[in-house]
Design a protein around this ligand. Structure first.
Ligand code: ATP
Length: 264
């Protein structure tokens, strides 16, 4: 279980650029929750992800994972429990290393020290088996350099690397936004499959309203550093994009200003 308790983040305190990016956000993700996150530009979505993953610490409030405070732990210490996939396919993998070396690196996360990044034959067959699940033939290219893969292939690999150690929390940061529609659809399908098979507790930021409604069991809406609406499974089942946007405007007092919005 992940909990944010009254988490706030202030940038450039005491300067003319001071910005309260998160304002006392309290949020609980129950085991197996798959929560989609939408909001205006600058609403605080990335900051929320950064506080959870440990890229930055909250200025006030706390983050708890399985009941333990983790707000002071750096990102690398949290990475054994928290997997993250970014929008940029270049971000999650090491381009000069091979597919199997990348996988070995991800695999060693969260394991006891001393196991190293080495690729043993047992690991290799495990990796091959995992890659097969993606259904895009990467299992036959274990020794290919990751820099040679297409954006979609890299993103599929990043997704696998972020999930195959079964993290307590999976953070998806607009992870399909930089892909063409066909590849975005492939990554979305893989995401749904992996999350379902492993019952991963997932938080996914998206600019695609239709996707935000269709995926997962909860949807949260953010505006000006606050969570302004938390939509449950039942309401989500019947919600339309139009109703979602109307609801946003009703609660926030303004239209959803998202320059990358995709209605569906
Ligand atoms: N490192 C930083 N230094 C200063 N201000 C920042 C920093 N990171 C974010 N901000 C500001 O905090 C606010 C929230 O930003 P954040 O990136 O979390 O929003 P977002 O909801 O992810 O926006 P978008 O959808 O446009 O990517 C914005 O006003 C942003 O300019």
């Amino acid at each position: 279980m992940l909990q944010l308790e009254n988490a706030s983040k202030l940038f450039n305190a005491g300067t003319p650029d001071e910005k309260l990016a998160l304002v006392g956000v309290s949020l609980t993700l129950n085991p197996g929750d798959f929560v989609t996150v939408i909001g205006s530009n600058g609403a605080g979505k990335s900051t929320l992800m950064n506080l959870i993953s440990g890229v930055m610490k909250p200025d006030y409030g706390q983050v708890f994972l399985q009941g333990k405070p983790i707000g002071d732990l750096p990102e690398h210490r949290r990475s054994r429990w928290i997997g993250r996939v970014f929008q940029d396919p270049m971000a999650g993998t090491a381009p000069r290393m091979t597919i199997e070396e990348n996988l070995a690196m991800a695999y060693s996360r969260g394991k006891r020290r001393g196991l190293g990044f080495g690729v043993t034959s047992a690991k290799r067959s495990f990796f091959r088996e995992q890659l097969k699940r993606l259904g895009i033939g990467l299992e036959d290219r274990l020794r290919a350099k990751v820099g040679l893969l297409s954006g979609g292939e890299r993103q599929a690999l990043s997704l696998l690397m972020a999930t195959f150690t079964r993290p307590d929390i999976l953070l998806l940061d607009e992870h399909t936004a930089a892909l063409d529609p066909a590849r975005a659809e492939l990554i979305t399908r893989l995401t749904e499959e992996l999350v379902r098979e492993m019952s991963l507790t997932t938080l996914m930021v998206t600019h695609n309203m239709e996707q935000a409604i269709r995926l997962g069991n909860r949807l949260i809406m953010m505006d000006k550093g606050r969570v302004i609406l938390d939509v449950d499974r039942d309401r989500k089942k019947t919600l339309t994009v139009e109703e979602l946007l109307d609801e946003f405007a009703r609660i926030s007092g303004h239209k959803l200003a998202d320059d990358r919005v995709v209605l569906g």
